[in-house]
Design a protein around this ligand. Sequence first.
Ligand SMILES: Cc1ncc(COP(=O)(O)O)c(C=O)c1O
Length: 384
Amino acid sequence: MTRAFNQRISDALMERERSNLLRSVQTLESGNQSVFHKDGQSFLNFSSNDYLGLASSSELKHSYQQAIGELGVGSGASPLVTGYSAQHESLKSALTEWLGFDTALFFSSGYAANQALLLTLLTKGDLLLQDRLNHASLMEAGSLCGADMKRFRHNDLAHLESLARAERSTLAVTESVFSMDGDLSDIEAFVGICQTRGMLSMVDDAHGIGVIGDNGLGACGISELKPEILVVTFGKAFGLNGAAILCSEEMGQYLTQFARHYIYSTAFSAAHARALLQALSMIQTQHWRREKWMELSAMFEELLSDCPEYVSTSTPIKPWVVGDSARALALCSSLKEKGVWTTAIRPPTVPRESARLRITLSASHQHQDVLMLANQLTRFSEEG
Ligand SMILES: Cc1ncc(COP(=O)(O)O)c(C=O)c1O
């Protein structure tokens, strides 16, 4: 029996290695900032989702430190036991008022929030329609939840509509900003179709919240129509970690009663909730952070748009598509030698032959950082 497991494990690892798809954990010796240290070398970091530069902001660090001094470091329990505090409640009020939902439930990660929603809501006989590029957390929960899952072509809402079935309880799910491509979905059209076809709508706003829309309102800031369920995560523009599901009062009550990821998991701490509230206030008021990455984005475009690997996006996510996995790895290594850190994203995370560098810009980058990156990318592109 053990031999069978050993064989399976070694076969899978060998196959990953053979196809240049082996992944490895990277240990940083400093925090995840725009410049970090690793193995005694410093690197410009173009591989972080800290789009607004909040993760290392002195203002947010100070607020978190103060909250820890006052409230301690751990919540000690799940929300329904003794893990939910007045700080969570304040965060809930601020978030629901800002985004226009009745209620919010907090989770330790976006992965858990997405899993909780799909696994709690859907059952055998239901129909689940998902954009084919939705995140792994949504796809995995979709295949485990018992519903009949169909994937519509990326951002093809006519295809979504053609899959709708009036007689079946249906949930349709899209991301607002697609994590590996940096492109946007048309939230208003998506929600509109869901409403006319009697489908429940859900938007994963992990990469949109804090970044797109007026005042960083995310998906809710670019659409007149709101989805019934919105998932926001705190590990990207918020600079921290955790997530929330925003929904109606009744849906919130249902999830509170039945969502196992909510009921049986330790809540993030009160100090963390206080820091998230501070991050929210910075997102709402510090417009210069969004203006900064937009300025860097315009510079990136001006310097690189003639290269065939360049993909134009209106978000801080800048895919640099090279196609072949080995070539993506080679580019990554060559950038590292020059002190520039990017991550090669390879299948199965992205479709075959579309290996890429997932480059991300942040308000914490400087103009000379983008210039340095662009010079290296241009050199590699010209060398073919
Ligand atoms: C679209 C999307 N949803 C959900 C998640 C999961 O969020 P978390 O990192 O908080 O688990 C991610 C993570 O990268 C994501 O890109």
